[in-house]
Design a binder for this molecule. Structure first.
Ligand SMILES: Cc1cc2nc3c(=O)[nH]c(=O)nc-3n(C[C@H](O)[C@H](O)[C@H](O)COP(=O)(O)OP(=O)(O)OC[C@H]3O[C@@H](n4cnc5c(N)ncnc54)[C@H](O)[C@@H]3O)c2cc1C
Length: 265
C-alpha cells in the first residue's frame, strides 16, 4: 500500500506579519519559507500508516523549484519518495489548477491507498486543494480527520472532528483525507534523515512529463482570479476648501449651502 502526502511550501508564520500586500503576486514574499505546518501532520501520518501497514510513502508538491525545501523536510522526517511538480506553465495556478496538477501526477502512482493533505495552508488558507484533488481523481474525500482507525479490505475507517462532535466514517479506497492537528505529533527529522534529504535528487516534472495534464487548464491563464491583476487600490483624490464668512452664522450657512449643493445632505 502506498500513502501520499501533499505538501506545500509556505512562509514561516512568525514572519508573516512582515509580508507586504504588493509582494503577494510576485511569489517572493521576502520571508523564510518552510513546510506548511499543517502538512507536517500529513507527513507524520503517512509515515505512521506505512509503519503500520508495511507500505510506501510519497511526498508531492506543486510549486517553483524552491518547493524542494518542503520535500526535503518530508524526506528528512522519513518519507521514501519525493515528487516535485514544477514548470513555468504552472505559475499562477489557482486552487483548482493546483488540484489538477496534483491529481494527474498522483494517477501515475501505482497502488496508492490514501492521499493525505493538511487541513489548510497558512498562506492561501482556502482548505480546498484536497477536495479538488479528490474531485479530479473521482475518489472520496474526508475532511478534518483526527484519527485513521483502520485501512484494510478496500476501506479506511476514519474519525473526523465536526462542530457537533466526532464522526466515524468508513470510506472506500483510494481516498483523499485532510488531517487536523489532533491526529498526531509530528516527529523532528533526525541526522540520518537530514543527510538523506540533502543527498536525494529532486528532478522537476513538468507539463510534458505528466500524461493527462493540459497546459491550458493550469497556470495563470486558467485561474478564475488572477493574482497578477492584484494592484494597490488607486489613491483617493481629495480637495480642501475653506468656508468663508465674517461670523460663525455666515460660515455655518455657507457650509450648509455647500453641502446641499454637493448633495451631501
Ligand atoms: C506565486 C503564486 C501565484 C499565485 N497566483 C494565483 C492566482 O493567480 N490565482 C489564484 O486563485 N491563486 C493563485 N495562487 C494561489 C495558489 O493557487 C494556492 O496557493 C494553491 O491553490 C493552494 O491553495 P491554498 O494555499 O489555499 O491551499 P489549501 O487548500 O488551504 O491547502 C490544503 C492542503 O492542500 C495541499 N496543498 C495545497 N497547495 C499545495 C501545493 N502547491 N502542492 C502540494 N500540496 C498542496 C496541502 O496539503 C495543504 O495543506 C498563487 C500562488 C503563488 C505562490
Amino acid at each position: 500500500m502506498k500513502f501520499i502526502a501533499c505538501v506545500k511550501l509556505t512562509p514561516d508564520t512568525e514572519q508573516l506579519a512582515e509580508v507586504r500586500l504588493e509582494k503577494v503576486s510576485t511569489g517572493d514574499l521576502g520571508v523564510t519559507m518552510v513546510l506548511n505546518p499543517w502538512d507536517e501532520y500529513a507527513v507524520e501520518e503517512v509515515l505512521q500508516l506505512a509503519e503500520r501497514y508495511d507500505g510506501d510513502t510519497v511526498a508531492i508538491t506543486v510549486g517553483n523549484e524552491d518547493f524542494v525545501e518542503a520535500l526535503k523536510r518530508a524526506v528528512a522526517m522519513g518519507v521514501g519518495e519525493a515528487v516535485l511538480l514544477s514548470d513555468p506553465a504552472f505559475a499562477g495556478s489557482d486552487a483548482w489548477g493546483t488540484a489538477d496538477i496534483l491529481a494527474q501526477a498522483i494517477k501515475q502512482q501505482d497502488g496508492y491507498a490514501l492521499v493525505l493533505t493538511g487541513k489548510q495552508s497558512v498562506d492561501g488558507n482556502s482548505g480546498v486543494v484536497g477536495a479538488g484533488v479528490a474531485c479530479k481523481l473521482g475518489i472520496p474525500y474526508v475532511s478534518n480527520v483526527i484519527k485513521i482507525e483502520d485501512v484494510s479490505g478496500g476501506y479506511a475507517v476514519v474519525r473526523r472532528m465536526l462542530d457537533e462532535g466526532v464522526q466515524t466514517v468508513k470510506v472506500s479506497l483510494p481516498a483523499v483525507v485532510s488531517v487536523s492537528i489532533e491526529i498526531n505529533e509530528p516527529r523532528y527529522p533526525n541526522f540520518m534523515g537530514i543527510r538523506k534529504a540533502s543527498r536525494m535528487q529532486y528532478p522537476a516534472q513538468g507539463v510534458g512529463d505528466i500524461p493527462g495534464l493540459e497546459s491550458g487548464k493550469v497556470g495563470v491563464g486558467a485561474a478564475l482570479v488572477k493574482w497578477t491583476d492584484l494592484r494597490k487600490p488607486p489613491k483617493r483624490g481629495s480637495q480642501c476648501e475653506f468656508i468663508q464668512g465674517a461670523s460663525a452664522v455666515e460660515q455655518a450657512t455657507s457650509l450648509v449651502d455647500k453641502l446641499i449643493a454637493d448633495k451631501v445632505i
